[in-house]
Design a protein around this ligand. Sequence first.
Ligand SMILES: [Zn+2]
Length: 413
Amino acid sequence: MKNSIDEYKFRKLLKELEAKEGRGTELISLYIPPGRQISDVMNALKQEYSQASNIKDRRTRHHVLDALTSCMQRLKLFKSVPENGLIIFCGYTSTGIPGNENMEIHIIIPPEPINIYLYRCDSKFYLDPLKEIISEKEFYGLIVMDRNEATFAILKGRQLRILDTITSGVPGKHDAGGQSQRRYERVIEQMAHEFYKRIAEYAEKFFLNSDVEIKGVIIGGPGKTKEDFVKGEYLHYTLKSKVIGVIDTGYTGEEGIYELVNRSKDILQNIKYIHEKNVVQEFLSNLAKGDSRITYGLNEVEKLLSMNLVEKILVSTALGDLEKIIMMCPNCGYSKEQIIDIINENKVLNEVCPNCGAQMNIKCKQNLLDEIIEKAEANNVKIELISTETEEGEQLRKSFGGIAAILRYNITE
Ligand SMILES: [Zn+2]
């Protein structure tokens, strides 16, 4: 995904497609990988067409055949499959009123290559390969350790894979007394040293020489053994540079890994949202310096956007929960614009005209975030989408109305 706006739009599209439903099994999903000949796909669709002619239910048959015809017509417009592949969703989707289904077709060129060929006819569109594109893709290496054992795991999103546990055989501290006590302690130190070397070798095998690229390493365990390990010259320098956290846990072993995952949430969250945090922090520090190219608040920013004075906006994803509605009186023409929470939409439906008392109608409504993105894109304004997952993001939402702008020029009032 190129940037946060592309990702936002892609997620939105998936959500819309996910809500679609056919009356029967009549919604077509077609995934074509790059390199596939259009003519091959056409032939496959012709076969599907002749098979669909045998569908017993008259209306389902009619719907499937219609959808296949539309697919073929659209496919004909392509000379070759785009380099990321091509996806077609097509069919009559339910509007809630039986017999009143709408034919719709969506042609999607995925933001990343999809490498499957798939034809499916079902009551829903098949979206799993597209969902995979927006799933967490970053891998983190985890180690929990003490002097007795070390356990290795890899974390990807919410998926945790425990890899291995190794043990040291280092005995606990005994009180042998005198001369032999000191010798005994030296032996134990030597054994611990050897164990750290082995841990580092395993870490290298799992996190450096594996088929996945590890973005960061988090090391946990009870006591200060883990710190000795991290500070010592054990870990490969590449892995050492990737250590993003050293965290106390009460346990070792698998239990320790689960504990480490729980305690690492903040660290992982910070890494994921580091760009957003930096963007907001930069805005706040410029604001504190009194930079007059900075402004915020919905009305102000929208006004400046339409005057094409804005270079960059910071906009909170929270604005996606709001809707701009224009209500109009059919009797006297009075109109009123308001911004409401989407969940409160029903409340405004019964509003009456303050002039003549007639029931007002919704003239138009649009998602506030979509509207701002559209306006910004039309004026070539750089957009930074800021989630509410961080303190900085919350601050943008609460203290600045969810939107701030950096202007092209210094405008003195
Ligand atoms: Zn009226």
